[in-house]
Design a protein around this ligand. Structure first.
Ligand code: SF4
Length: 717
């Protein structure tokens, strides 16, 4: 038996794993006791990874050969790699020649490795000359990116997991950490056992298992987070709990924020958020003082936050509102203190690092900045990087639906289930003249729409790196050879690029490490500088945090300890962004607030976790969870079928009374796809999963859609 050290491919905790293999078979998996993220622990998903790679599962789920459809709706036929890549190059070149480079678009994934991501970004922006490349990280972390940049000056989470061991108060907002980041939650539980005085506050409309564990649960109304943060700041100012010395020495713009929160009185905020005034006072005191109760002897406060803040039509304001609290109380740059966004996907961070979003360029550069464009053009040895902003995820599919984008290349993601407003996504995939899907799994909903299917390798089969939530870069390693004719994602990009523009010199790479070295050079002098890092160092010393500059022996555990921020004057900025109401508040015709979220034992669209019966032991089938009072009012019995209907579509599923859900709210898990949860769009078209209901309304600052909330009605079926 061979042990191969690698990383779990699921959530952004980024746990290290030891893959056990014999020959070309993965036979087991163990937590890596030497990985700093998990010290040997794995959650239910990580522990069963090897079972998802079993031969009988792979035979049913994997895409093993290139396949092409002669016509939409026809069964795909096996083809060769040469024919597949020639066809892709011909169709993409045709669309570009007729309509220009912006007639094509790439939709990629936070589950790709950094090397894959880098190659895709260079292909679109460097070789083809379009910025139409976006990723499912847009659905996941783009509000966190916008919030960090607006306030702290760079997209860099300032804290680390070890801060849990120093925090006096942990404030969790919009995250069911117990389910979404389980190993990190175990670490929080350890820290609380070790220091029983630590306080845990959880702000969440649902009484999740995370909220159940809290010392103080703030069951705020969906969408009222910004108002909550402004209200807490109002209280901190009133009680003298802010850190005036820190504000004066290290920040700008506090006066405007002070004016903004002046009318966010406890009574008004409590009423609008659906909270008690005394709970607001307690939360403000614990947060400001790190639960010491004394601003002169401040403990440390760490905030953990995720999609409840990000997946919102005011995601930037919510992120900034929380970071404002840290800056106003000096709760940043010290052990145990700081705002800490938890990454949803395993490598959303790596994607941000290589500039894999439509508005970014390599190494946290901005597309809108002419100097940054010139730097990247020089690095790539091309005359220029196109100036025109690319289309963000939702815009890209809207453009395909209206016929502007003609050819789509989708890699390692399943937009026909995971994007909001599935009506539009379906129209986009039907209207696009050519759709390529580069995937490991043949079973995704998107596969049914693809003209060309390209088999990709996946966990246990590929090499590269990922970056987890705490800026820690880990190696991903192959334990077994690729199955069938599957190729590595970066390899597919390189092979396609060489056929698209024969004779160019942009893709000489023959290994993932060659791509990674180029990415490393692009970070020189940037906030995420990793010029002191190498594959050899990662192999020798294990996972490392960035920045890690040339000459450094190790990276930085936490940022901004010197009070200097990556802004022109070195000061952080308060962001005075007002509360904005939900894109779609509930109203008499749609009287329920639908929220969405994760289950403990499933991952995304269940392509991998859905293959194991044991992972259905926790939750066996889809249901809409409702408050018991609402069930009674609607004369619904547990398990009775209901129509859940939004302005865009309707689903039929069992109703389930839940003590976690407040009155006038409803909850449906995000994972269930067409095999489990059928429905109809408002035009009668077949749609499936909770995103038949969700809205594509998005945050103007981050372009992240409001996947977390839609107004719905619930009627007996
Ligand atoms: Fe994998 Fe996340 Fe579970 Fe760790 S916590 S084993 S990274 S799913």
């Amino acid at each position: 038996m061979t042990d191969t050290r690698s990383t779990c491919p699921y959530c952004g905790v980024g746990c290290g794993v030891l893959i056990e293999s014999e020959g070309d078979r993965i036979t087991g998996v163990r937590g890596d006791p030497e990985h700093p993220a998990n010290a040997g622990r794995l959650c239910s998903k990580g522990q069963t990874l090897h079972l998802t790679a079993a031969p009988h599962v792979a035979r049913q789920t994997r895409l093993l050969h290139p396949q092409v459809r002669a016509a939409r709706g026809a069964a795909p036929q096996r083809t060769t790699w040469d024919e597949a890549l020639d066809l892709a190059a011909r169709r993409f070149n045709g669309a570009i020649a007729t309509h220009g480079p912006d007639a094509v678009g790439f939709y990629i994934s936070g589950q790709l490795l950094t090397e894959d991501y880098y190659a895709f970004n260079k292909l679109a922006k460097g070789l083809i000359g379009t910025n139409n490349i976006d990723t499912n990280s847009r659905l996941c972390m783009s509000s966190a990116v916008a919030g960090y940049k607006l306030t702290l000056g760079a997209d860099a989470p300032p804290a680390c997991y070890e801060d849990l061991d120093h925090a006096g108060c942990v404030f969790i907002a919009g995250s069911n950490t117990a389910y979404a980041h389980p190993v990190l939650f175990r670490r929080l539980e350890d820290a609380r056992r070790a220091r029983p005085g630590m306080k845990l506050i959880v702000a969440d409309p649902r009484r999740t298992d995370t909220a159940e564990a809290a010392d103080l649960h703030l069951p705020l109304q969906p969408g009222s987070d910004t108002l909550l943060f402004h209200g807490l700041l109002h209280l901190m100012l009133r009680e003298g709990w802010t850190d005036t010395a820190y504000i004066a020495a290290h920040t700008r713009g506090f006066e405007a924020l002070e004016a903004l929160v002046r009318d966010c009185t406890p009574a008004r905020v409590a009423q609008a958020c659906g909270l008690e005034v005394h709970d607001l006072v307690t939360a403000a005191r614990w947060f400001a003082t790190g639960a010491s109760g004394d601003p002169k002897a401040r403990g440390a406060t760490l905030s953990l936050y995720c999609q409840g803040l990000n997946q919102s039509s005011s995601g930037t304001a919510k992120n900034a509102g929380l970071i404002n609290l840290h800056l106003a109380t000096g709760q940043i740059g010290r052990p145990g203190a700081g705002p800490f966004s938890l990454t949803g996907q395993p490598n959303a961070m790596g994607g941000r690092e290589v500039g894999g979003l439509a508005n970014l360029l390599s190494a946290h550069r901005d597309l809108a900045d002419p100097a940054h464009r010139a730097e990247v053009a020089a690095l790539w040895g091309i005359p220029s990087v196109p100036e025109k902003p690319g289309l963000s995820a939702v815009e890209l599919f809207e453009a395909a639906a209206d016929g502007t984008v003609k050819a789509l290349w989708i890699a390692c993601t399943n937009p026909a289930q995971s994007m909001p407003d599935q009506r539009t996504v379906r129209r986009a995939l039907q209207r696009a003249e050519f759709v390529v899907l580069q995937e490991a799994f043949a079973t995704t909903a998107t596969a049914g729409f693809a003209d060309l299917l390209l088999p990709a390798t996946t966990w246990g089969e590929k090499d590269g790196t990922v970056t987890n939530s705490e800026r820690r870069i880990s190696r991903v390693r192959a334990a077994v050879p690729p199955p069938g004719e599957a190729r590595h994602d970066w390899r597919i990009v390189v092979d396609f690029a060489r056929r698209l523009r024969p004779g160019h010199a942009l893709f000489p790479h023959e290994t993932p490490e060659a791509l990674w070295r180029e990415h490393r050079e692009s970070t020189r002098g940037r906030d995420l500088d990793i010029t002191g890092l190498s594959y050899a160092k990662l192999d020798r010393d294990g996972p490392q945090q960035w920045p890690l500059r040339e000459g450094d022996t190790q990276g930085k555990a936490r940022l901004y300890g010197d009070g200097v921020f990556p802004t022109p004057d070195g000061r952080a900025r308060f962001a005075a962004l007002p509360h904005r109401p939900l894109a779609e508040p509930r109203e008499p015709r749609y009287p329920f607030s639908l929220t969405t979220g994760r289950l403990r034992d499933q991952w995304h669209g269940m392509g991998r976790t859905g293959t194991l019966g044991r992972l259905f032991g926790h939750v066996a089938e889809p249901a809409v969870q409702l408050n018991a009072g609402d069930m009674q009012r609607l004369a619904l019995r547990d398990g009775e079928l209901v129509h859940v209907t939004s302005r865009r579509g309707s689903l039929v599923l069992p109703a389930q009374a839940s003590g976690q859900v407040a009155p006038a709210q409803a909850f449906i898990a995000m994972h269930w796809g067409p095999e489990y949860l059928g429905g109809r769009g408002s035009g009668g078209e077949p749609l499936a999963g909770v995103n038949a209901l969700t809205t594509s309304a998005r945050c103007p600052g981050s372009q992240q859609p409001e996947l977390k909330h839609a107004a719905v009605k619930v009627l007996k079926a």
